[in-house]
Write a protein that binds this ligand. Structure first.
Ligand SMILES: Cc1ncc(COP(=O)(O)O)c(C=O)c1O
Length: 374
């Protein structure tokens, strides 16, 4: 029985040709050719002035916070349901992460909950485009304007998602992307920061290169910064993937459509929601299952027995040992009902780009079998 992996990329002749060219030729005077082409193509797709290739989305979030001047004494609101990378950089800069609840339909940051967590110390929010969906950005931006908060969009999971005519990543002062091997677009490991703000862009360029502005005198650093760079081989891979972004998202949407055919009429199962005006990239097809199946760990264990690899819906950050002792986490544990409910019963189903119709049929049959047993 073939194992069905939970995620994985689509690599075509284009990626192989660009990476082969990079490893052969992108040295000496040509060392930056693929970085420039990748950043330009990514910026053009998103209709923004600047894109900066980085080693990860985590580093893109870190540089966003630094460039916005967020530091000790400041609070930054993040959704309780996300990967820890959305919140960890808040601690890197000495600020405090505050965990707000998610919306029961979009599974993204709830505007209503954000409003309840704003204090005089709140400086920013980091909405997350969870599993390729988007929160209600109009509502979040209205709150940001009212309380003078910066918005950093964590679009790690949402390359190729569009909402009301705009691509994910363009709803904040900066947008950050991940090209981890599981993502719709991959460079193996990698990230991108996009922005329309020239000052943020300049600051990010200095900070990511050990405190040197492009063109500075060699080895004469102006301040202590970071080494946040990507290799030419990764940039070449990213360029090829960016040139195929519409094809890759179309495939994700086909896969989601197959899951809808398999599970759409199971009343007890909730799949990813797509609001009016949104084109989700459906990075990971996700199912919220009924309590009676015994929770996500049990479902994952049962499906693994059928050769099907799944991932758990993110447990709330406020429930993790990493944040156990923090005051915002204890408040979140009391208040964030939706994050706790969905976090207990959600499962990311296999969503790799190489899935075939019969793989999804197997997953659908296995989930229906679980539902019929208990
Ligand atoms: C929502 C979210 N934010 C941030 C990240 C961090 O991305 P990276 O692993 O590229 O640092 C991820 C990646 O898994 C993610 O899913």
């Amino acid at each position: 029985m073939k194992r069905i992996p939970v995620s994985g990329p689509s690599i075509s002749e284009k990626e192989i040709a660009y990476v082969t060219d990079a490893v052969t030729n992108a040295w000496y005077a040509n060392a930056n050719v693929y970085h420039e082409r990748f950043e330009r193509a990514f910026a053009e797709y998103h209709g923004v002035r600047h894109a900066v290739a980085l080693p990860s989305c985590t580093s893109a979030l870190h540089l966003s916070l630094l460039a916005l001047g967020i530091g000790p004494g400041d609070e930054v609101i993040v959704p309780d349901s996300t990967w820890i990378a959305s919140a960890a950089p808040i601690q890197y800069v000495g600020a405090t992460a505050v965990f707000a609840d998610i919306d029961p339909q979009s599974w993204c940051l709830s505007a209503e909950s954000v409003e309840a967590y704003v204090t005089p110390r709140t400086r920013a929010m980091i909405p997350v485009d969870l599993y390729g969906n988007v929160p209600d950005y109009a509502a979040l931006q209205a709150i940001a304007r009212r309380h003078d908060l910066a918005v950093i969009e964590d679009a790690a999971e949402a390359a190729g998602t569009w909402s009301h005519g705009r691509p994910a990543g363009t709803f904040g002062a900066t947008g950050t992307f991940s090209f981890h091997g599981s993502k719709t677009l991959t460079t193996g490991e990698g990230g991108m920061l996009i922005t329309d703000d020239d000052a943020i862009h300049q600051r990010v360029l200095v900070l990511r290169d050990h405190g040197r502005a492009p063109g500075d005198t060699m080895f004469m650093n102006r301040e202590v910064g970071y080494k946040y760079k990507m290799s030419s081989m990764q940039a070449a891979l990213g360029l090829a993937q960016t040139e195929r972004i519409e094809e890759l998202v179309a495939r994700k949407r086909v896969i989601f459509g197959w899951y809808r055919e398999e599970l759409g009429d199971c009343e007890e199962v909730m799949l990813n929601h797509e609001a009016e005006g949104v084109r989700s990239s459906y990075w990971m097809t996700t199912a919220i299952l009924p309590d009676r199946l015994g929770g996500k760990a049990e479902v994952i264990r049962r499906l693994a027995g059928e050769g099907i690899d799944c991932r758990p819906f993110f447990s709330p950050l406020s429930s993790l040992e990493a944040y156990a002792q923090t005051q915002p986490a204890s408040m979140a544990r009391e208040c964030n009902m939706v994050a706790y409910r969905l976090g207990a019963h959600g499962v990311n189903l296999p969503s790799g780009l190489n899935l075939e119709r019969n793989d999804v049929a197997r997953v659908g049959a296995a989930v229906r079998e679980l539902l019929s047993q208990r």
